[in-house]
Ligand binder design. Structure first.
Ligand SMILES: *Cc1c(COP(=O)(O)O)cnc(C)c1O
Length: 345
């Protein structure tokens, strides 16, 4: 029986086309710059997001951290929103690897107020660390997508204070799909960007970092320092090329499925969908624990091969839609959830 895995878009399996591309990939030693498939992927990716150069890295976390390391010096300050992946879910890497201070700002749905950013920029005082970098996350982990106008405002502010802007664009192409623009329109307003091939784009492994030629040359050296110099890595880059050539054009299907699912479950008594941040492939909602016990909900679904992340009372639940979830699966998952709600009445 098919497993309907709604835990994340990272669970996507490589497509048939990717497996064939992996089998056929021309390879070489990428530390020598000899892997033609990696070179092709990096060139293709750079062009796609409108940057001079790109670098293939093992993960999104690696990409963000190599960018922070490349932009900053030890003791520098990085401004970012309190819920940012870089701050919450990267194991403190910015402190360990780059020795920087994270200056967090509370935003709304991950979006920092422009004046708050401005106030966070350090002045010229012997006691202060130097503000060096602003990190944005778009699409945001909250499900929200920030518009181009906001991106531009942050970028202009950064340039005024001679700061760099890094975009954690793990789901960059979901953001572009929502805004109905090319990804390079978003990346115009940042100095560096990381995006994941291994989430909604279904590649098994890998992320891309893009920026200026000079930045990427430095980042390449830092990637080596971090242990990310890989050899015949065209084997996995081949799948990444399929991601960028084919998979970014189908993300709207995932967004449509998320919206359909949201509309279906929002009709259930005790479910509150957060529509204001239903922008991409993820539905966030609250399920009233007085009506449904969390563990019961997760376990009952699991019995039917429907996987959702565990959550605690009062916490939100996230359902992620992706390449391995069909429209039919959306209805199947909804019917199962509906039955669980009925069974506790
Ligand atoms: C997934 C994710 C990352 C990290 O990617 P990994 O490949 O899991 O290391 C970074 N930022 C955001 C917003 C993400 O969703």
């Amino acid at each position: 029986m098919k497993v309907i895995d709604l835990r994340s878009d990272t669970v996507t399996k490589p497509t048939e086309e990717m497996r064939k591309a992996i089998y056929d990939a021309a390879v070489g030693d990428d530390v020598y710059g000899d892997d033609p498939t990696v070179n092709e992927l990096e060139e293709f990716a750079a062009k796609l997001v409108g940057k001079e150069a790109a670098l293939f890295v093992p993960s999104g976390t690696f990409g963000n951290q190599v960018c922070i390391m490349t932009h900053t010096n030890r003791g520098d300050e990085v401004i970012l929103e309190s819920h940012a992946h870089i701050k919450r879910y990267e194991v403190g890497a910015a402190a360990v690897l780059s020795g920087v201070i994270l200056h967090t700002i509370d935003g709304i749905n991950g979006q920092m107020n422009i004046n708050d950013i401005k106030d966070a920029v350090r002045g010229d005082n012997i006691h202060y660390p130097s503000t060096r970098l602003i990190c944005l996350e778009n699409a945001n982990g909250s499900g929200k997508v920030f518009d181009l106008d906001y991106m531009e405002q942050v970028y202009e502010l950064a340039k005024k204070f001679d700061l760099k802007v890094h975009l954690d664009g793990a789901r960059l192409f979901n953001a572009a799909t929502f805004l109905n623009v090319e990804s390079k329109e978003i990346c115009k307003y940042v100095d560096s960007v990381t995006f994941c091939l291994s989430k909604g784009l279904a590649a098994p492994i890998g992320s891309i970092v893009a920026g200026s030629k000079e930045f990427i040359a430095k980042a390449r050296k830092n990637r080596k320092l971090m242990g990310g110099g890989m050899r015949q890595v065209g084997i996995i880059a081949a799948a990444g090329l399929v991601s960028l050539k084919k998979m970014i054009h189908r993300l709207n299907e995932d967004h449509d499925n998320a919206r359909l699912f949201a509309d279906l479950i929002s009709g259930l008594n005790g479910v509150e969908v957060f529509y204001e941040r239903l922008n991409i492939n993820m539905v966030f909602c609250n399920i009233d624990s007085k009506i449904i016990n969390e563990d019961y909900f997760v376990n009952e679904l699991k019995k039917q091969n429907i996987l959702v992340n565990g959550y605690r009372s009062g916490e939100e639940v996230r359902f992620a839609f992706h390449n391995d979830i069909s429209r039919e699966d959306v209805y199947t998952a909804f019917e199962a959830i509906k039955e669980i709600f009925k069974s506790v009445k």
